[in-house]
Design a protein around this ligand. Structure first.
Ligand code: MEV
Length: 336
């Protein structure tokens, strides 16, 4: 193996509003979180590119299993280079609704581009990430990939683009894994079936989410955490109406609200996966805020009930001209 080595990172994500609706072009709000994935790449002396993830090693292979095909698709999506040996590590549960697969793809894409001495290029990383995601999710909107790259709040609109959501306040969330995972592709297919069988219900869902996201942007801008929490609750009701929630998710949302959460909802594709709850907002970088305290109380409540949980800060992103955005929401300790 040659000495050239490179590293890359991708963020895990939460979706504050708009999962599933974004597949149909409605705006959603997502954020990268500090936990995600990292990758280490070296140029290979051998003839083929290989990827090790956990206890599995695959060669890039368009006819192989999902991991081998995703790796081949990522490599082939843009500028090519010599064979690589990739080691990737995920810090979040696969299928847990926290964007594990997108975080891995972004980490790997960034590390490969660096190993190939390509100029950093967000569009290229996005294309590689989407090629990987298509293998796993069929028809991804791109919101997970965008959040994995951004590491901060963004407003996402399919086929239009995404932009950073500038805020003067940090948002504190509690995040917990429900303990079971569902295939994003199957959940997205389920919504597509409702679109066909119950078009009026589907239209109400899209219109409701559209208005929730628009109002959530205003609430974040105005640092109105109470309203933001209510909007998360409404979004959860709409998601449940599309058969995306589960008894466990509903129990977790109720436990969070009983513990003082301003709002709670599933995040990601649902049917299992993860739940987020709002602790509140605080001025940028404030230590020991009420929002942080509450996010930790909620995470502890979930953890006492047997769920793996943590509190996380989505760091405020100053407007252009301020300090550059960092993929730096700071997780507090794991409550598990
Ligand atoms: C999955 O994290 C988000 C979904 O909206 C699917 C997608 O946007 O590709 C369910």
């Amino acid at each position: 193996m040659t000495a050239v080595a490179a590293k890359g990172r991708g963020s895990g994500k939460i979706i504050l509003t708009g999962e599933h609706a974004v597949v149909y072009g409605v705006k959603g709000i997502a954020a990268g979180i500090a936990r995600g994935a990292h990758a280490h790449v070296e140029l290979s002396d051998g003839p083929e590119s290989r990827l090790t993830l956990g206890d599995r090693t695959v060669a890039a292979d368009e006819n192989g299993d999902d991991l081998a095909r995703a790796f081949a698709a990522l490599l082939g999506a843009s500028a090519a280079g010599p064979p690589v040996v990739v080691n990737a590590v995920a810090e979040i549960p696969p299928g847990g609704g926290l964007g594990c697969s997108a975080a891995l793809s972004v980490a790997i894409a960034r590390a490969i581009d660096a190993a190939w001495s390509l100029e950093p290029d967000d569009q290229r990383v996005f294309e590689r990430g989407m090629a990987w995601e298509r293998v796993y999710h069929g028809n991804p909107s791109g919101i997970d990939t965008a959040a994995a790259m951004a590491g901060t709040f963004l407003v996402f609109e399919r086929n239009v683009g995404h932009h950073t959501l500038y805020t003067a306040h940090d948002v504190w969330l509690a995040v917990a894994y429900s303990g079971s995972s569902a295939s994003t592709k199957l959940m997205v297919d389920g919504v597509a079936r409702i679109r066909t069988s119950r078009p009026e219900l589907f239209e109400k869902f899209l219109n409701g989410v559209k208005s929730i996201t628009d109002n959530a942007v205003y609430a974040i801008d105005a640092a109105d955490a109470q309203t933001l929490g209510k909007l998360m609750d409404y979004n959860q009701m709409l998601l449940a109406g599309m058969m995306l929630s589960t008894d466990t998710i509903e129990t977790m949302c109720k436990a969070a609200r009983d513990a003082g959460a301003l709002g709670a909802k599933l995040t990601g594709s649902g049917g299992g996966g993860s739940v987020i709850a709002l602790g509140g907002m605080c001025p940028r970088g404030e230590a020991n805020s009420e929002a942080e305290r509450l996010a930790n109380v909620i995470a502890e409540r979930w953890s006492t009930a047997g769920f793996s949980a943590f509190a996380t800060r989505i760091a405020a992103t100053p407007a252009a001209g301020g300090v550059a955005p960092q993929p730096s929401d700071s997780s507090s300790e794991e409550h598990s």
